[in-house]
Design a protein around this ligand. Structure first.
Ligand code: FAD
Length: 405
């Protein structure tokens, strides 16, 4: 018997949004949301921020209250792992039996890039993706603890800043520059200085050759030969698309599950959204995969609109944030192909934005403690309003007025 149900694999930011938006769009048929995690679907960003600092408890994490799923007739199946897609039969095999689908949405997120060195499996070596990961790190963070963070990406630096504020002795190891895949060299340099001033030590331009210890992690050995003593090691060296289900089912995959501008995979009865999706950016003429809440939520909305009969290509403006100590970073837009950077504000005072222009057009704004610039930038870039580099640098120029115009 065929099914008209929409089945969503993964109840993270993308999967939950897709289910919610389907109902908002008036979708009447069955919705089944399958999650291999046991907790009510939750927000990930606080795990390396407020939750880690103990400013937020576990009760602040859920994306939606339990009643939301019940009231919206979203059949949330927790602790159920999707294991195989039988495309011809439109059937999803799970550890708890088969589920038939009319349309399948893959919202499986991403997984850690594994650090391939001896000792990485020792107790005391952590990664951060789930509530359990965050709780395990949080429990260990104490004054005097020697923490080595491997990888100076957003998550690694957020953990480092929190641990330092709690009195730990923190060293960050990074082979390239800080947050090098995501931000301009201006922000990399600024954050290096700011974190160093707080007492975080950095080892840049070196890799890790081993994690040493008898029965637990006790030191991190660098490719330079230096050995850093450690009570706790956190590895944050990036993520890969969780696209195993799609690959095994023969769907086209590259840097994640390949989708078109409508989030359709190479099988029209299957879509992919969020961290796991490799999608085309029409404006830039490139394919990309983004790991951000904005991207997950907006792609969830995009697929829901299409399934509800209102198809529109995905072209939402990318934006992102990271909280590191007292520094609030916000990014609007993407820095691909930027050929000119302009600074507005005062980096020395920890209050500035870097405006990136591509062929004279504003493409991205990276703000530090300047939420007004970020809000204006979203509107200016989103609506392609004209801004010259000279006006961007001029503090007397009213960005808000331009954004509203
Ligand atoms: P996820 O939220 O990862 O959800 C995917 C879900 O699918 C998971 O629950 C997974 O267990 C489940 N799943 C996978 N395979 C299966 C299967 N076979 N069967 C059943 N279930 C399955 N982004 C920002 O924009 N700002 C931030 O400040 C920020 N901070 C972050 C901090 C941390 C610690 C982390 C880990 C991420 C952060 N991100 C941040 C990134 C953001 O959380 C992700 O981009 C977002 O969660 C992606 O949503 P998603 O739904 O695609 O994937």
């Amino acid at each position: 018997m065929s099914s008209s149900a929409v089945v969503i694999v993964g109840a993270g930011h993308a999967g939950v949004q897709a289910a919610a938006s389907l109902r908002e769009e008036g979708f009447q048929k069955q919705i089944i949301l399958v999650s291999d995690e046991k907790e009510l679907p939750y927000q990930r960003p606080p795990l390396s921020k407020a939750f880690l600092k103990c400013e937020m408890g576990i009760h602040g994490l859920p994306l939606r209250a339990e009643a939301f799923f019940r009231d919206n007739a979203i059949d949330l199946k927790l602790g159920v792992r999707a294991e195989r897609i039988e495309r011809a039969a439109r059937r999803l095999e799970t550890n708890e039996g088969a589920i038939r689908y009319g349309h399948l949405i893959l919202a499986t997120g991403s997984r850690h890039r594994r650090l391939d060195v001896p000792g990485v499996g020792l107790p005391g070596v952590h990664t951060l993706r789930t509530i359990a990961d965050a709780a395990a790190i949080r429990e260990r963070l104490k004054p005097g603890l020697r923490l080595v963070v491997i990888g100076a990406g957003f998550i690694g630096l957020e953990i480092a800043a929190t641990a330092k504020a709690l009195g730990a002795d923190v060293t960050v190891v990074e082979i390239a520059r800080l947050m090098g895949r995501a931000v301009s060299p201006i922000l990399s340099d600024f954050y290096l200085k700011a974190h160093s001033a707080e007492g975080i030590a950095f080892r840049l331009g070196v890799g890790v050759s081993a994690i040493k210890g008898a029965g637990k992690a006790e030191a991190v050995e660098l490719t330079s030969g230096e050995v850093l003593p450690a009570d706790l090691v956190v590895v944050g060296i990036g993520a890969l698309a969780e696209d195993g289900l799609a690959r095994e089912a023969g769907l086209e995959c590259a840097n994640g599950v390949v989708v078109d501008a409508f989030m359709r995979t190479s099988d029209p009865t299957i879509s992919a959204i969020g961290d796991c999706a490799d999608f085309p950016n029409a404006a830039l003429g490139v394919r990309m995969r983004l790991e951000s809440v904005q991207n997950a939520v907006d792609q969830g909305r995009c697929v829901a609109a299409r399934l509800a009969g209102k198809p529109a290509p995905y072209d939402a403006l990318a934006w992102f944030w990271s909280d590191q100590g007292d520094l609030k970073m916000q990014i609007a837009g993407l820095s691909h192909g930027v050929d000119q950077w302009i600074i507005r504000g005062d980096p020395a005072a920890g209050n500035f934005s870097a405006f990136g222009f591509r062929e004279g057009k504003l493409a991205v704004v990276e703000s530090v403690n300047r939420t007004g610039d970020h809000a204006a930038a979203k509107r200016i870039i989103g609506a392609a309003k004209p801004l010259t580099p000279a006006d961007a640098a001029n503090l007397a120029f009213d960005l808000r007025a331009l954004a509203k115009r």
